[in-house]
Write a protein that binds this ligand. Structure first.
Ligand code: NOJ
Length: 754
């Protein structure tokens, strides 16, 4: 064991996440970043306004209501004219469209005494009208420029449609594919998730203060992605070290990127519901991370403190949440109903109320809403900037880049554009709605390009396409199997497009069985019997257990839910106009019993996977994933030269690492070169490996590119259970390669500061 702890950075007080050093950021640092300065005029305006406000009006600013019929949670407090008249509406969610929002703002301006503009929020998670691939899908591009660009494009569309604020990005680490909301995040790795969180925040807030960008919201604070058994909303019990090391860093990355709002999580964390957790929201987020924006609760989460059993009454629940640091109360109306009385009874401090109100008024001021409450309502912009050609082009490119080629035996893919007859089978071939995935905002079926259309667009009429649905998702009927079999037999190649329905993942959509639902595996069996090359295209929101499908398919493409440009992007990949480059950001297990089975698990006393010996293993399933984190094939091949690095870190704590990567195949292509590190001996048990850098590089066929990384030993520390960041000298394994399981290793020693 290393005896010297060379740097106890500090307690959580200066939670300086190891990832904060920009090891290999692909994100251009000089972005269009125009933050509105908190000037004297803002302070003066807000303070003067607050002097005019009654207590009721102040608490009203802390209250958010659903503005229409779209419910993204259970029944909640209803919006009424009386609330507007009494100045009790600070924000409205779930309404989009300039005309609709203008009406609501007008009503507020007419009815309320002080005419404080409403802040409008919407879940713009992966696009607004132009739907991009789901966040999990997009994470498989490992392309931070794409994340920035799609978030920016979504912000432009949403703001052109009157929205001020999105509830995104979701930055919850998810290591359990049973949890349906894995689809909304960036996967299982914290390092990658931090980079993506930063890119998405900067993208949404790209031009803050101008009516073409929106406030981002880091959610769900915190550890929502680790519920027991993967059941949404279930309690979370994890060590403080795991909390600090795995779940907190993406939130810290959002603060560092300037995120303006946070959302508290539904779950309890080690026995304390996040929405009533003062340590989390006040000590950590506000006092130590110095977060300047405001915190909104999740939907009815304040009221749900009663169901958690930590509050007996509405009043207790609202006090618990408010005193913990939740500035704004989403949907249940409890602040409006309870805080005034609590204040009169001396159970809440007026200074705290004023501080929360000030944060929200400042947010409104910074958007220019006091100058012009209708600033975001420009019908001409809405007509021209929503669903623009540039957004569609981006959606197609990103969707193709998100796809991960899992298998390609005998180079089945790409298919020739001159194939005579193609059978297209499966419930997702001709589907518009499901392929957008969960949280499709205001995405419309009519704008979606189906796989059938995409392939027809690509091949024209010269190729005969025989489409049969074959089966549904859950319907047990196999009636169409014989028709599907005949179509397959009469074709040169079979493309099966199968997977989950959109709402089999997402909020409250946990699954315990992760195989293809319904009769789809049986359909693939039938197709296989036709004896033609079988290409399986998967669309799903989470990693599935694909052992059987892997055996059935000659080629297997994980297309996720690609969004509006679905069919065009699938066709681009299948017919070689785009070369697959995506790599998994979540491990795909062999079976559900292995879950959680993430790549960066901690070491143990009896490692290995040796039959008949005492090792950490199941007796019935090997200790491996079917497809590991970081895995993904291309149409071309890459070969890696030897890792070049010294066997000792430099005195300044840095280590330069390089590797030559050669494209030895027949296509130009992109490779995601990954750098992992393992701490060989430490004062605490460390993961077997951890991602510490990556680079996505384009390499023309036949050429070699040198890829360089710089590691800093100070980024190789860890968080202990006292929540101290410790950096220890010693030997580190340096691993470089094409996936978490395909790596070459070298060792380098860091002797610590002299
Ligand atoms: C509940 C979800 O947990 C959250 O992510 C979402 O933003 C809100 N509902 C509002 O729809």
């Amino acid at each position: 064991m290393k005896r010297t702890i060379v740097a106890i950075a500090c307690a959580i007080g200066c939670f300086c996440v190891g990832n904060a050093h920009n090891v290999n950021s692909q994100l251009p640092q000089k972005r269009e970043k125009k933050e509105v300065k908190v000037g004297d005029s803002e302070t003066k305006f807000v303070h003067e306004l607050m002097q005019k406000m009654t207590l009721t009006e102040k608490i009203g600013q802390l209250s958010q209501y659903v503005g229409g019929t779209l419910l993204t949670g259970p029944q909640s407090g209803a919006l009424s004219d009386s609330l507007f008249i009494r100045g009790m509406v600070g924000s409205i969610l779930n309404v989009g469209g300039v005309d609709n929002l203008r009406k609501l703002q007008e009503k507020n301006m007419q009815l309320s005494r002080l005419k404080i503009p409403i802040l409008f929020a919407f879940d713009v998670i992966h696009g607004y009208k132009t739907i991009f691939p789901t966040p999990l899908a997009e994470s498989c591009t490992w392309d931070l420029d794409f994340m920035y660009e799609t978030s920016k494009a979504a912000a432009i569309e949403a703001s052109a449609s009157g929205i001020h604020w999105t509830f995104a990005p979701m930055v919850d680490i998810a290591r359990d594919p049973r949890w349906g909301r894995i689809v909304e995040g960036a996967g299982e790795d914290t390092y990658l998730a931090c980079k993506i969180a930063e890119a998405r925040v900067r993208g949404f807030q790209w031009n803050l203060g101008k009516p073409n960008s929106v406030y981002a919201c880091a959610k769900h604070f915190v550890a929502y992605g680790a519920p027991q058994a993967g059941r949404d909303y279930a309690p979370v019990d994890i060590s403080m070290s795991t909390l600090a090391e795995v779940y907190l860093p993406p939130f810290k990355a959002c603060v560092d990127a300037g995120v303006k709002t946070f959302m508290s999580a539904f779950n309890s964390l080690n026995g304390v519901p996040a929405t009533g957790n003062r340590w989390l929201m006040t000590n950590l987020l506000r006092n130590q991370w110095k977060f300047q924006g405001f915190v909104v609760s999740d939907w009815n989460a304040v009221q749900e403190l009663k169901d958690h059993g930590v509050a007996a009454t509405d009043e207790e629940a609202s006090l618990l949440a408010f005193n913990a640091g939740v500035d704004m109360n989403m949907t249940d109306g409890l602040y409006n109903r309870c805080l005034e009385k609590a204040l009169r009874e001396g159970r809440v401090d007026i200074k705290a109320i004023d501080a929360s109100v000030e944060r929200i008024l400042r947010a409104k001021y910074a958007l220019g809403l006091f100058e012009d409450p209708y600033r975001f309502f420009d019908s001409k912009r809405e007509r021209t900037e929503v669903r623009s050609n540039s957004a569609m082009t981006l959606a197609r490119k990103v969707a193709a880049s998100s796809m991960v080629l899992l298998k390609n035996s005998q180079s089945t893919l790409p298919l020739s554009k001159h194939t005579n007859r193609i059978a297209l089978i499966g419930p997702l071939v001709n589907n518009r709605s499901e392929v957008m995935g969960s949280w499709k905002a205001r995405g419309e079926d009519k704008d979606v390009v189906t796989v059938l259309e995409g392939i027809k667009n690509k091949l024209g009429s010269a190729v005969a396409i025989n489409y049969v649905q074959g089966c549904d998702f859950l319907d047990p009927s196999t009636q169409e199997f014989s028709k599907a079999f005949e179509a397959a037999k009469q074709s040169d190649v079979v493309i099966a497009v199968v997977g989950e329905k959109a709402l089999m993942s997402g909020e409250s959509r946990s699954r315990a069985v992760l195989r293809l639902p319904g009769q789809q595996e049986a359909l693939l069996d039938t197709l296989q019997k036709a004896g033609k090359p079988l290409v399986v295209v998967l669309m799903n929101g989470r990693p599935l257990c694909l052992e059987k499908v892997d055996k059935q398919a000659d080629a297997l493409l994980e297309a996720w839910f690609p969004g509006t440009q679905c069919g065009n992007a699938v066709a681009d990949i299948l017919f070689g106009d785009a070369v697959p480059a995506g790599k998994l950001t979540t491990s795909f297990p062999l079976s559900e019993g292995q879950i959680p089975n993430y790549y960066n698990y901690k070491r143990s006393g009896r490692p290995g996977d040796m039959p008949h010996s005492s090792t950490v293993r199941h007796i019935d399933v090997p200790n491996r994933n079917l497809y590991p984190f970081g895995y993904g094939l291309s149409y071309t091949k890459f070969s890696y030269g030897e890792i070049q690095c010294a066997n000792e870190f430099n005195v300044d704590g840095t280590l330069q690492i390089s590797v030559d990567v050669t494209n030895t195949g027949g296509y130009d292509g992109e490779e995601i070169v990954q750098l992992y590190v393992a701490d060989k001996h430490a004062s605490m048990v460390r993961p077997v490996k951890e991602l510490k850098g990556f680079k996505k590089v384009f390499i023309p066929k036949g050429e070699t590119v040198r890829v360089d990384f710089t590691l800093n030993a100070r980024d190789l520390g860890f968080w202990n259970n006292e929540m101290q960041y410790v950096v220890e000298p010693g030997i580190f394994e340096i691993m470089v390669g094409s996936s978490s399981e395909d790596l070459q290793k070298k060792e380098a020693i860091w002797k610590g500061d002299k």
